[in-house]
Design a protein around this ligand. Structure first.
Ligand code: COA
Length: 207
């Protein structure tokens, strides 16, 4: 379903803006990010990590860290959002998404560094994920969150997601959004190109 050129991941980098106009670069995670990604998760507050992973962990277990770094394997992807802080490119948010081709859905989870929460980063990152979902041919995107996670529920509501019960776990709620944008109207340039090339490769993909 996807037509990403995995050998040239750098071309899929987007620049977003926080609410106050700071530049935010969103790109696929790279092997050189391994240490910094782990540092990012360790630096999250206990509560943010709990909300992200639905359990108490102090860092990413090695197996999961390895999975986070395998871009495109089993249609799973990790992106980091970085900002220049004191002259260094610093991870301020991350998102992981998986394309379920059989149901044409994109599942995602994300987090924002505590220091940068409340700056509109989750909102713009989710908009960017929407572009990626559309480019990959998904009809819906969804995520799961703890019912107690007021911040995530509020972001999802403001971003026009609908809420449904989680099929297996009463502690979770699922937020879901229909993706109904035509390839030529995708509002992220790089993902519009991916969508248009998918459409050219397989004209029925636009239906
Ligand atoms: C949930 C989370 C991703 C939100 O990220 P964020 O960048 O702070 O969100 P935004 O700044 O885009 O917030 C957008 C809106 O969500 C709501 N919101 C955000 N944080 C909130 C909070 N702590 N309490 C209540 N509402 C909140 C607000 O309505 C906000 O709009 P406003 O600032 O105009 O009032 C962030 O708090 C986080 O990383 N939490 C830990 C990990 C997590 O919970 N992940 C979700 C599970 S997948």
């Amino acid at each position: 379903m996807s037509t990403l050129r995995l050998e040239d991941l750098k071309q899929y980098s987007d620049t977003l803006r926080t609410r106050h106009g700071e530049a935010l670069r969103v790109r696929f995670v790279e092997p050189r990010d391994t240490e910094e990604l782990q540092h990012y998760f360790r630096s999250l507050s206990t509560r943010s990590r709990y909300n992200r992973f639905f359990g108490a962990i102090s860092e990413l277990p090695q197996g999961l860290l390895h999975e986070f770094l395998q871009i495109g394997e089993r249609e799973r992807f990790t992106v980091v959002a970085t900002m220049m802080v004191d002259g260094f490119e610093t991870i301020v948010a991350e998102a992981r998404y998986a394309l379920h081709a059989e149901t044409a859905t994109l599942e995602f989870g994300l987090s924002v560094a505590d220091r940068w929460q409340g700056h509109g980063i989750a909102t713009v990152l989710m908009k960017n994920l929407e572009c990626r979902a559309a480019a990959l041919g998904a009809d819906h995107m969804f995520g799961d969150t703890l019912r107690s996670n007021a911040a995530m529920i509020s972001v999802a509501r403001k971003s026009d997601f609908a809420f449904v019960n989680h099929p297996d776990d009463w502690k979770l709620v699922r937020f879901d959004k229909e993706i109904s944008v035509a390839p030529k109207d995708i509002p992220c340039a790089s993902w519009r190109l991916v969508a248009l090339s998918r459409q050219a490769d397989s004209p029925s993909a636009s239906a």
